[in-house]
Write a protein that binds this ligand. Sequence first.
Ligand code: SF4
Length: 369
Amino acid sequence: SILLGTPVPAPRRRASRPLMIGSVPVGGDAAVSVQSMTTTLTSDIDATLRQIAELTAAGCQIVRVAVPSQDDADALPVIAAKSQIPVIADIHFQPRYVFAAIDAGCAAVRVNPGNIKKFDDRVAEIAAAAAAAGTPIRIGVNAGSLDQRLLAKHGSATPEALVESALWECSLFEEHGFRDLKISVKHHDPLVMVSAYRLLARRCDYPLHLGVTEAGPLLQGTVKSAVAFGILLNEGIGDTIRVSLSAPPVEEVKVGAQILESLGLRPRRLEIVSCPSCGRAQVDVYTLAEKVTAAFEDFPIPLRVAVMGCVVNGPGEAREADLGVSSGNGKGQIFVRGEVVKTVPESAIVETLLEEALRLTEHMTADGK
Ligand code: SF4
């Protein structure tokens, strides 16, 4: 917002070892990054690069691609070279694809210890290849594919079991002097997931990748992820995030960005302060808020825009925003930086807000603000 910053400081981050995922710094002082994962067949290079471009445009900073077959591994050199953002190769079952991904120039490789047969025997070679190429490894432990030995020991995918699995794999790499590791310990239950990451955060200083796995469709997945990430990030835990949704991955990126914005971990781009409407509303607030959101979504400067249904709280909230409308009697009072600048018919509210926003931008450019 031009007028107002967040009056509460952003959470203090846990100190973690810095590493680079391609061009993106992770851990240390680096800002929390948003990741997503493609849903295309990785072997379909054009479709995968198209989706990566869409994700990049939506604000995705790191993208993961699945590598379940040799055809997918063969596609990695082109994808890694042409992607606008760093590519992490996601490898299950086949250690040889790890070498293929490192050779292909992927920015990192994610391995799932529970799913890579004979993984432990190959760690020395993987560590040597990754170290030579400067490629970090993400140890991605997942409740659904936890190592059988640990499942037997703990009875289920408890936080302790997830953390033990992750740290065991880390120790194998550490034996070979390799520490460019990032860890995730995902679970579908946000509370188990939070406990696991808290435990992990106390036991190591590796950067952590947050995820509630199989979080569900858009609404449920958003809520689960926002709750879990909100708790952890507010405690300083978490260096990269992925919101897993049964929905197009662009939605994951939008939700991830909004979670970071809501926690003050990333500057807000657009904040719509809109009322829920009630029996006093004198305008269709839902439709108006949607239209205003759509009109401002790609606006080049961060703005807080208030959309209020009536004159009870309307003028107050509208005054606190960069721009606002307080509706009443088929008309909208347009506020700019706290001042009523005009009253327009309901049908002209959105275009007037946009005009005023552009005028505000010109002023800012002229003032050098
Ligand atoms: Fe109701 Fe007016 Fe408040 Fe909106 S601003 S919730 S319409 S009282």
